[in-house]
Design a protein around this ligand. Structure first.
Ligand SMILES: CC(C)(COP(=O)(O)OP(=O)(O)OC[C@H]1O[C@@H](n2cnc3c(N)ncnc32)[C@H](O)[C@@H]1OP(=O)(O)O)[C@@H](O)C(=O)NCCC(=O)NCCS
Length: 226
């Protein structure tokens, strides 16, 4: 996949540095069981250093496969961003857990943990920010006010994203683990999430149908689509 995959107007092989990339509209959709294979493919394509940042430890392929097989879509929320060619280029996994007795940072019954990754070729276009924003807004609407993340203090990109979303990163459990405090839900946050999901669902359907049509035409003419 290359830049044109997420910016359909670009040309294959054209360096993205040639001119500054325009800010792209990013649709974040809630993923489901039928996306499990795509999620796995996305994680397996992350290079070693990115897996380390994403999972807090280097996970070999078998462990990544186990992690993806273990995602419980009825309990957790998984958000994704699809490229123009219907490739999953960003994944945000929001896992809820009961608050630990020793946890003094929240009065709520549950907390959330968020992990995010963006395919290398789709970075710097707002995908990570939008996934983070969606994870945070979902937490607010689910009455969760504390969001944990594996976030090394050297991960300046992630720290920049959190700050840009108006959040401060707190560290109480060492250098790698961070938590963010979220505002309570309001009418605007509920409406924003509902509208985002509707638009993203439409975008997802259009891209899925286009991809199916291209595949079908390719089969007819004997050419192979990616
Ligand atoms: C972190 C990650 C998700 C960001 O994805 P992304 O789609 O590139 O993020 P965005 O494009 O939304 O935002 C990146 C921002 O960081 C900024 N940035 C990039 N490198 C930076 C750096 N070294 N220092 C500070 N800011 C930096 C960019 O300028 C951009 O900000 P802007 O939109 O205000 O210009 C992606 O790099 C990734 O998958 N990394 C590996 C996994 C990981 O670190 N996950 C986080 C922990 S769970």
């Amino acid at each position: 996949m290359n830049v044109s995959d997420i910016f359909p107007s670009g040309k294959d092989g054209e360096p993205s540095e040639a001119k500054p990339a325009p800010k792209h509209t990013v649709f974040v959709k809630e993923l489901s069981e039928k996306d499990r294979r795509r999620i796995l493919r996305h994680f397996l394509a992350l290079k070693e250093s990115d897996r380390l940042l994403r999972f807090g430890t280097y996970l070999p392929d078998e462990m990544v496969t186990k992690y993806v097989e273990g995602i419980d879509f009825s309990r957790d929320k998984v958000f994704g961003v699809m490229s123009a060619h219907f490739r999953l280029v960003g994944v945000g996994h929001l896992a809820f857990a009961p608050k630990q007795a020793a946890d003094e940072v929240t009065d709520k019954d549950k907390v959330a943990e968020f992990g995010v990754s963006v395919s290398e070729s789709a970075r710097g276009k707002g995908v990570g920010f939008k996934l983070f924003e969606r994870g945070a807004i979902h937490c607010r609407n689910a009455d969760v006010d504390t969001l944990y993340m594996h976030c090394l203090s050297s991960n300046q990109t992630m720290i920049h994203i959190a700050k840009k979303a108006g959040m401060e990163i707190h560290r109480e459990y060492g250098e790698a683990d961070a938590y963010l405090k979220l505002l309570p839900a309001d009418a605007a946050s509920v409406l924003k999430e509902a509208m985002q999901e509707q638009v993203a669902a439409l975008d997802y359907t259009i891209k899925a149908n286009t991809r199916a049509a291209v595949k079908w035409l390719g089969n007819l003419s004997g050419t192979k689509s990616e």
